[in-house]
Design a protein around this ligand. Structure first.
Ligand code: XMP
Ligand code: MG
Length: 180
């Protein structure tokens, strides 16, 4: 029997839930789909920092298109509306007007972050906007969101690794781990 991989990040314990080999396989599948869907076009990938930095690097190297990539960040501030924390898009210093845009995100949970991101980007008049996420927690979605590309759906448990963090730590692993 294979030994279960366990890691400690700060005060929490995590066990491997998605091994590197499966991540690679799913990322290749999604990259091939994007390359085929956008054949003949020149999309701009917009990766959302910090969580997506490893996913973006691996995805881009599997994309067979003439394309560009830029990075944005989300600054959190407490909203006054019922949606709670609003996350403002910062660092969009790239002209996406008339371009097909593909957002690269690490994980879609409630979907509020991506919904807000779509609203903001639409104001810049891109030709199209699609979401490409590494992970999706379908049972947590609070808004109607069209996630065109998803590498893997996961249950509603906190995960770290492969770019995702717990309180800033745990990003530097090759596998994804779920809290135990
Ligand atoms: P929403 O709810 O707006 O949130 O879709 C998406 C953001 O929440 C963070 N998030 C996580 N980060 N492990 C993480 O490391 C998780 O299990 C997790 N669930 C949500 C993440 O920053 C994402 O961009
Ligand atoms: Mg994130």
């Amino acid at each position: 029997m294979q030994e279960q991989k366990i890691i400690q990040v700060k005060d929490k314990t995590f066990a491997v839930s998605i091994p590197e080999s499966e991540l690679k396989q799913q990322i290749k599948r999604v990259a091939d789909q994007i390359s085929s869907d956008f054949a003949g076009q020149e999309p701009v990938f917009l990766a959302v920092l910090n969580g997506s930095f490893i996913f973006a690097a691996d995805l881009l190297r599997e994309i067979d298109l003439h394309c560009e990539i830029s990075f944005v960040k989300l600054a959190s501030y407490q909203g006054t509306s019922t949606t709670g924390t609003i996350r403002e898009v910062i660092g969009l210093n790239f002209d996406i007007t008339g371009r097909p845009v593909i957002i690269i995100e690490d994980i879609v949970d409630t979907g509020l972050t991506m919904a807000h991101m779509l609203d903001t980007l639409k104001g810049h008049n891109p030709a199209s906007i699609d979401i490409c996420t590494l992970l999706l927690k379908p049972t947590k979605l609070q808004v109607k969101l069209d996630v065109r590309y998803c590498c893997k759906q996961i249950p509603d448990d906190f995960v770290v690794g492969y770019g995702l963090d717990y309180d800033g730590f745990g990003r530097n692993t090759k596998d994804i781990y779920t809290i135990v």
